[in-house]
Design a protein around this ligand. Structure first.
Ligand SMILES: [Ca+2]
Ligand SMILES: [Ca+2]
Ligand SMILES: [Ca+2]
Length: 276
């Protein structure tokens, strides 16, 4: 999810009650914009895994868009597959190992499908080469290994060979993606369920994380996004039992900067940029 520099329409609302509805989420990046630039903030959404219905919240207006995409049990995510600046749905179907992508936030069929990895692999989404297009890559939990892939598969074929792969974190960690330094390139991090710590890396390779800090509680579902439009991805947590999002605007331990009700218990959080 590449975020190009532009005026941040929500900044004036941050700190007010309205900001709660303006905050947007994702696993995103700022296209070639430094951290000091303003960018379109990310918005949050939820998908109901029992029905395949999605709800996306416009961070500027608080308006909700809803549509059905996918089947019960699919793993939902958002990304900019066609490089137009808007993040749209993708999903991974565990039953057949296929990825299904759609290029608009409306109801309809998948416009792109391809085969994905091995059973048990976890999809991760980002712009890992800064070209303005998101791609689907792989985290293999059994090895703690990331496989970074800068092209999408197509026509029901396989996902292409990985550009490179590396181990980061420990087996059992949960992966996430974001632009933690605002340089326009997405990199990876892991959340360690045993401690609740988030480890971030600003490079795509093995090594020690640049930052480790604690945010949320173990049962929270993590989503990363640029909530305040400063070009830097920071954490959000969806606390399913409360149907509440908690968003943090910096990569440091501390209380959420905003929190608000959205979705229902058991739904899966997603985040992305919904207007170019
Ligand atoms: Ca798009
Ligand atoms: Ca890319
Ligand atoms: Ca970066």
């Amino acid at each position: 999810m590449i975020r190009q520099a532009r005026t941040h329409p929500l900044r004036s609302a941050v700190g007010s009650v309205a900001a709660v509805f303006v905050v947007a989420v994702v696993v995103g990046v700022l296209g070639a914009s430094p951290a000091s630039a303003t960018a379109e903030p990310d918005g949050i959404g939820v998908a109901d895994p029992t029905t395949g219905r999605w709800w996306l919240q416009d961070p500027a207006t608080g308006a909700t868009t809803s549509f059905y995409f996918g089947d019960p049990g699919d793993v939902p995510f958002l990304g900019d597959w066609d490089c137009d600046g808007v993040d749209t749905p993708g999903l991974y179907r565990r039953s057949d190992g296929f990825v299904y992508l759609r290029n608009s936030n409306t109801q309809g069929v998948a416009e792109r499908t391809f085969f994905f990895g091995n059973p048990g692999d976890v999809p991760i989404v980002g712009d890992f080469d800064g070209d303005g297009c998101d791609t689907v890559s792989i985290y293999r939990p059994s090895e703690g290994r990331f496989y970074i892939i800068d092209a999408l598969g197509a026509d029901g074929g396989g996902l292409g060979a990985a550009e490179f792969d590396f181990v980061f974190g420990d087996v059992g960690d949960v992966p996430f993606v974001g632009d933690f330094d605002g340089d326009g390139i997405d990199t990876i991090g892991v959340r360690r369920p045993t401690t609740g710590l988030l480890y971030l890396s600003d490079r795509l390779g093995a090594g020690v994380g640049r930052i480790a800090f604690e945010f949320g509680i173990p049962s929270d579902a993590l989503v990363y996004g640029d909530w305040d439009g400063d070009g830097v991805s920071t954490p959000g947590m969806f606390r399913s039992a409360e149907a509440r999002f908690y968003l943090r605007f910096v990569n440091e331990a501390g209380a959420a900067d905003v929190d608000f009700l959205f979705g229902q218990e058991g739904w899966i959080p997603v985040a992305g940029r919904f207007s170019p």
